[in-house]
Design a protein around this ligand. Structure first.
Ligand code: 5AD
Ligand code: SF4
Length: 448
C-alpha cells in the first residue's frame, strides 16, 4: 500500500502533511515515489482564498475520476477546507473516501484502516475548540524541520478564515516542544522553524512553562523568548526561525533574544497587509502604519543585517487609490526583501465578507502587478547591496534548475546558488562570497 500527500497552503499544512506521512510509515504504509504510483492519495487543503479552495476541489475531482481505472484507489482530504466544509464536502466530491479536520490529523492512520475495510465517506471533523492531538512524528528529509508550537489564532482579522478553521489559540507545553526538537537534532536536523499563526503569542493564553522547568539563564521572562533561548541551547541546532510574526510581538525582549542568541536567524516574516491606517483599522489588524514601522526600526537598529519579508493584501473592501498608494509607499519605506502579494478574496463568515467587495478584479490585478514590479526592483537593489559580502549558508544540495550548482539559504532566508567543492555536504554551514544578484536569488563563490 503506497500513499502520496498533495499539500496546498502554508507551512502549517506542510508540517501537518509531514506528520501524517511519518504516522502512515509507522503504521506500515510506504511513501509512493510519484502520485501515479499511489494507492492512497491525501489532499491537504487550504481555505485562505477562494482560489485555494477551487484548486483543492479541482484536484480532488481529478483524483476521484482516476478511480474509474483504479477502483481500489482511496482518496482523502485534510486541512482547512476539510474543516470548513464538514460533511458538505461529500456532496461536492461524492467519491471521496474520508475527510479529516485540522485538529484531528493524528486520526488519519485509523481512518485509512477503516477505509481499507470498505467504509466510505467517513469523516472526523471535531469542533475547532476541541483539544487537538498534536503529532510529534517527523519524516523530513534534509536538515530543516518545522515544529508547531502554537495552534489556531485569536486575532480575528476581518478578512481571515483561519480562526474558523484552525480554532482558538493553543500553545503546546514547552517541554513537549523541547523534547521534539532534541529528538530532531539527534537525527541530524540543523535548522528548526517554529510555527504558529501568531507565533509570538506563544504562551500568552495558556501556561506552557512548569514551575520546576529550569529558569532562563539570560533573564528572559516572556514565554516565547524563554522558548527561543531553550531551543538555542539544544546541541546540534544551529539555526532557529519562527513564523509568522505580528508587530505587537516585537517586544524589547524579542529584539534582545534575536540579536544576542547566535542561533536565531536575523530574519522575520512580518505581514503588514495594508499601508493605510484606515484600511488597517477596517481589517482589525490591531496596529497602525507607525506602530509597524516602529517595530521594524527597533529590529533593524539592533540587527543591521536584518532581513524582512511580508504579506500584503490588495483590494480590501473600500481600498481607494490613495489607500493603495499608502501601501505602496510603506513597502518602500519598510524596504522589504521579499513580499507575497494577495488579491483580496471574501471568505464566508468573516466580518469583511459582509462588506462590499467593491474593488474590481481588474483593479486588484493592476494593484498586484504594480506592487510586484516595485518589489522586483527593491529585491534586486537589496540583493545587489550584498555583492562582495560574505554570507553563511546552510547547504541544501543540488539546485532544482541546474544540478551542477548547489543552493543553500542565508540567515536572511535568501536562496544562494554556488558551485560546490568536492567535499561539501548538504546540511553543513558554508561561507560564500556573493558575486551576483537577482531579485530573489544570490550567486556566490564558496570560501570554505
Ligand atoms: N484574501 C486575500 N488574502 C488573504 N490572506 C488571508 N486572508 C485573505 C483573504 N481573505 C493573506 C494574508 C495572509 C496570507 C497568508 O494570506 O496576507 O498573511
Ligand atoms: Fe491556508 Fe491559512 Fe489554513 Fe494555512 S492556515 S492552510 S494559509 S487557510
Amino acid at each position: 500500500m503506497k500513499f502520496s500527500i498533495h499539500t496546498y497552503g502554508c507551512q502549517m499544512n506542510v508540517r501537518d502533511s509531514d506528520a501524517v506521512a511519518a504516522m502512515l510509515i509507522h503504521a506500515g504504509y510506504q511513501q509512493a515515489v510519484t502520485e501515479d504510483d499511489a494507492d492512497l492519495i491525501i489532499v491537504n487543503s487550504c481555505s485562505v482564498r477562494g482560489k485555494a479552495e477551487d484548486k483543492a476541489l479541482g484536484k480532488l475531482g481529478l483524483l476521484c475520476a482516476t478511480k474509474r481505472e483504479r477502483p481500489d484507489r482511496k482518496i482523502g482530504v485534510m486541512g482547512c477546507m476539510a474543516q470548513r466544509l464538514g460533511e458538505k464536502i461529500f456532496t461536492k466530491v461524492p467519491l471521496l473516501d474520508f475527510s479529516v479536520g485540522t485538529r484531528r490529523c493524528a486520526a488519519i492512520p485509523k481512518l485509512v484502516a477503516r477505509v481499507l475495510n470498505g467504509e466510505k465517506n467517513i469523516f472526523e471533523i471535531s469542533d475547532v475548540e476541541a483539544q487537538p492531538d498534536v503529532p510529534d512524528s517527523h519524516n523530513e528529509s534534509g536538515h530543516c524541520a518545522f515544529v508547531t508550537i502554537l495552534l489556531g489564532c485569536n486575532r480575528r482579522c476581518a478578512y481571515c478564515i483561519v480562526p474558523d478553521v484552525r480554532g482558538p489559540e493553543l500553545s503546546r507545553p514547552a517541554r513537549e516542544i523541547l523534547a521534539e526538537i532534541t529528538e530532531l537534532a539527534s537525527q541530524g536536523i540543523r535548522e528548526v522553524t517554529l510555527l504558529g499563526q501568531s507565533v509570538m503569542n506563544y504562551g500568552l493564553r495558556n501556561q506552557v512553562w512548569e514551575k520546576d522547568d529550569p529558569a532562563s539563564t539570560g533573564g528572559y521572562h516572556e514565554p516565547f523568548t524563554r522558548l527561543l533561548e531553550a531551543v538555542a541551547a539544544i546541541p546540534g541546532i544551529c539555526r532557529i526561525r519562527f513564523t509568522s510574526g505580528h508587530p505587537s510581538g516585537c517586544t524589547d525582549e524579542l529584539v534582545r533574544a534575536m540579536s544576542t542568541l547566535p542561533q536565531i536567524c536575523h530574519h522575520l516574516h512580518l505581514p503588514f497587509q495594508a499601508g493605510s491606517n484606515r484600511i488597517l483599522k477596517l481589517m482589525r489588524r490591531g496596529y497602525t502604519r507607525e506602530m509597524y514601522l516602529d517595530a521594524i526600526n527597533r529590529l533593524r537598529t539592533a540587527m543591521p543585517d536584518f532581513s524582512l519579508t511580508t504579506d500584503v493584501i490588495v483590494g480590501f473592501p473600500g481600498e481607494s487609490e490613495s489607500d493603495f498608494e499608502e501601501t505602496r509607499s510603506l513597502m518602500e519605506v519598510a524596504n522589504f526583501d521579499n513580499a507575497f502579494i494577495f488579491k483580496y478574496s471574501p471568505r464566508p463568515g468573516t466580518p469583511a465578507a459582509e462588506m462590499d467587495d467593491d474593488v474590481t478584479e481588474a483593479e486588484k490585478m493592476r494593484r498586484n502587478q504594480v506592487l510586484l514590479a516595485d518589489q522586483d526592483i527593491r529585491g534586486q537593489r537589496n540583493n545587489e547591496a550584498l555583492i562582495d559580502t560574505v554570507q553563511e549558508v546552510l547547504v541544501d544540495g543540488p539546485s532544482l534548475r541546474n544540478t551542477e550548482r548547489w543552493s543553500g539559504r542565508t540567515p536572511g532566508n535568501k536562496i544562494a546558488v554556488f558551485t560546490p567543492t568536492a567535499t561539501l555536504r548538504p546540511g553543513t554551514l558554508a561561507r560564500i562570497r556573493i558575486v551576483r544578484a537577482a531579485p530573489q536569488t544570490l550567486y556566490g563563490e564558496i570560501l570554505d
